[in-house]
Design a protein around this ligand. Structure first.
Ligand code: NAD
Length: 370
């Protein structure tokens, strides 16, 4: 197969390289089976790059990411680099990539797989079959709005200020991502803000409504206030298909939704940029977990979130829906075979290492491809 798609792998620190190792195995398998072949390269980020290159991410790595069709990121950070100044923090790598690549739409799926249904703190009947996609605007809103800061008032008190700001174009571009995703899913978008008390929320609602009517009449659009959405996610999460929201509410709601599934080591994510004139869209895929320094080097990390991040990459960046679904099915089948890494261990299951879980996924892939 022509290796015409450029894929940059950035394993990072801690368990990043351990779980990325299992993904490299899946990529080799896809190539060996003539299913798909990519132009793959690798670079250092985070603490590993600070140690070897003196900075969390070099301009060359950023340029290579910009020139790639997709970036697969592991995790960065760890106690070794905790005491460095703010501009030398390993996390600067991911923030730089998001900014330099213009990645504004963060996609966080919250999916409950049947074998792990008991890992959720909610009742099985509430979360069985859960499949939500939260689209969070990730470069605007109150985390970036001006004015911001802390000022001293004439009476000596201090006042902290942050500003929620969204323009129509910022709202439209993230809403488009949500509408497009809904078309590939159940065809429903729920747009979330606080239009009852915030002008920026009212603009958000009006803008999403107008875009939906003009360009996505086939997608069912609903609106919900953020506080109600938090409640509904716990009360009846299966009512949602795609949720689209701003940076602040998305930060909170996506963490809430991911915990409905109960397992950090299982959850992938994507951050997408805007498509250019040719339709090419820069994108970065990563598990939502961090570098897990507490278990680094023990070979016990769960590689499934990283593997499922590859599945997202194939689906959303390369349009390879069947291959993505095959990887997702292989992860599910590995769990159904009764094995678990330590983080998702359950009574009656066999505890396995990172390598053993990776090998089980490969076995299932082999079976599915036969
Ligand atoms: P973490 O996600 O690394 O770990 C939280 C807990 O979950 C730990 O007990 C860890 O062992 C466990 N865990 C996480 N992923 C796992 C996996 N795949 N398999 C098994 N267990 C898993 O979060 P933290 O402890 O708050 O942060 C550790 C470091 O990671 C910090 O330096 C932090 O800044 C960084 N971090 C990086 C990212 C990123 O790279 N995007 C995200 C979050 C945290």
């Amino acid at each position: 197969m022509p290796a015409n798609k450029k894929l940059l792998m950035l394993p990072g620190d801690g368990i990043g390289p351990e779980v990325m190792g299992e993904v490299a195995g899946v990529l080799e398998w896809l190539d060996r089976k003539n299913i798909a072949s990519f132009d793959i390269s690798e670079a250092l980020v985070g603490g590993a790059a600070i140690d070897a290159e003196g900075t969390p991410i070099t301009p060359d790595t950023v340029a290579r990411a910009r020139g790639s069709d997709a970036v697969l990121f592991g995790a960065v950070g760890g106690p070794k680099w905790d005491k460095l100044g703010f501009d030398m923090r390993p996390e600067i790598a991911i923030l730089t990539l998001r900014r330099e690549l213009g990645l504004f739409a963060n996609l966080r799926p919250a999916t409950v797989l049947d074998p792990l249904i008991d890992a959720s703190t909610l009742k099985p009947e509430v979360v069985r079959g859960l499949d939500i996609m939260i689209v969070r605007e990730s470069t605007g809103g109150i985390y970036f709005g001006e004015p911001r800061g802390v000022e001293t008032l004439p009476d000596g008190q201090k006042r902290g200020i942050n500003t929620e700001v969204y323009t129509t174009s910022e709202i439209e571009r993230v809403a488009r991502v949500a509408f497009d995703l809904a078309r590939q899913r159940q065809g429903r978008v729920c747009s979330v803000e606080k239009a009852n008390v915030m002008e920026s929320g009212l603009l958000w609602r009006q803008t999403v409504t107008a875009l939906g009517a003009a360009e996505y009449p086939d997608v069912a659009l609903a609106h919900m206030y953020a506080d109600n959405c938090a409640m509904q996610l716990v009360r009846n999460p299966r009512q949602f298909d795609v949720i689209v929201t701003g940076n602040l509410f998305g930060d909170i709601l996506s963490d809430l939704a991911s915990m409905l599934t109960g397992s950090l080591g299982m959850l992938p994510s994507a951050t997408l940029g805007a498509p250019d004139a040719s339709g090419r869209r820069l994108a970065l895929y990563e598990p939502i977990h961090g570098s897990a320094p507490d278990i680094t080097g023990q070979g016990i990390a769960n590689p499934l979130a990283q593997t499922l991040s590859l599945a997202m990459l194939l689906r959303y960046s390369f349009g390879m829906k069947d291959e993505a679904a095959m990887i997702e099915r292989a992860c599910l089948a590995a769990l159904e075979s009764g094995i678990r890494t330590a983080d998702i261990m359950q009574p009656g299951m066999r505890r396995v290492t990172t390598r053993e879980m990776g090998a089980a996924v490969m076995r299932e892939l082999e079976r599915l491809a036969a």
